[in-house]
Design a protein around this ligand. Structure first.
Ligand code: ADP
Ligand code: TMP
Ligand code: MG
Ligand code: ZN
Length: 184
């Protein structure tokens, strides 16, 4: 039987990593072998753990290319979990296709949009391929509503690939994004 692809997406602080970790736990409770990955670019927190903004985490394998993921998947691996997919090149899509065709369930978490509202290419491809899409929201930093779908950069320049947390980024709703960017 083939595996299923689930993609968890949304802005920063929307609980993508938390949701990914809860799926890891579901597999672990079921005594199913898991492999958890993150890209080497994401140096936040402890280097070999996938960690949420609230501090929960699991051990992960840090990889510098999508192909490296295949080297760590074993015969009896039932679930592959990949965080921060926006930092992987597009080749991740072929790796994910191979895994699901080999009968392994794959869970990917990552940003859909940069702080400039440009789609992250790898996440966009994975969303097209997904059997199940979970789109998360965060609490808007400005108005306090649970409707933040965007991330705004508040310091550190304009770059669209720039690892960081609350010192650089806030989650906002579209109205507040436009207000804070002086668009309305
Ligand atoms: P993501 O991977 O999407 O950035 P995480 O799962 O790492 O999200 O973090 C989610 C946690 O972040 C929440 O459980 C909450 O404790 C915290 N948090 C901080 N800022 C916000 C916010 N603006 N909206 C919602 N949760 C927030
Ligand atoms: P998070 O979604 O788990 O909070 O992590 C997102 C990471 O992506 C974080 O390190 C900041 C980074 N990032 C960018 O590199 N560019 C961006 O445009 C945004 C919004 C975040
Ligand atoms: Mg995360
Ligand atoms: Zn708002």
């Amino acid at each position: 039987m083939v595996g299923r692809l689930t993609v968890i997406t949304g802005p920063m602080y929307s609980g993508k990593t938390t949701e990914l970790l809860s799926f890891v736990e579901i597999y672990q409770i079921g005594r199913k072998k898991v492999a958890v990955f993150k890209p080497s670019l994401d140096s936040r927190y402890h280097s070999s753990r996938v960690v949420s903004h609230s501090g929960n985490g699991v051990e992960a394998i840090v990889v510098s290319s999508p192909q490296e993921i295949l080297e760590h998947v074993e015969e009896d691996t039932k679930g592959v979990f990949i965080d921060e997919v926006q930092f992987f090149p597009k080749e991740l899509v072929d790796v994910v296709k191979k895994l699901i065709n080999d009968g392994i369930d794959v869970f990917c978490a990552g940003l859909d949009l940069s702080h400039k509202q440009n789609p992250f290419e790898t996440t966009a491809y994975l969303l097209s391929l997904a059997d199940n899409v979970i789109k998360k929201k965060a609490v808007c930093h400005r108005c306090g509503e649970y409707n933040a779908t965007l991330t705004l950069k508040i310091s550190g320049g304009e770059e669209e690939i720039d690892v960081g947390g609350q010192e650089k980024y806030i989650a906002v709703c579209r109205d507040c994004y436009n207000i804070l960017r002086g668009r309305s």
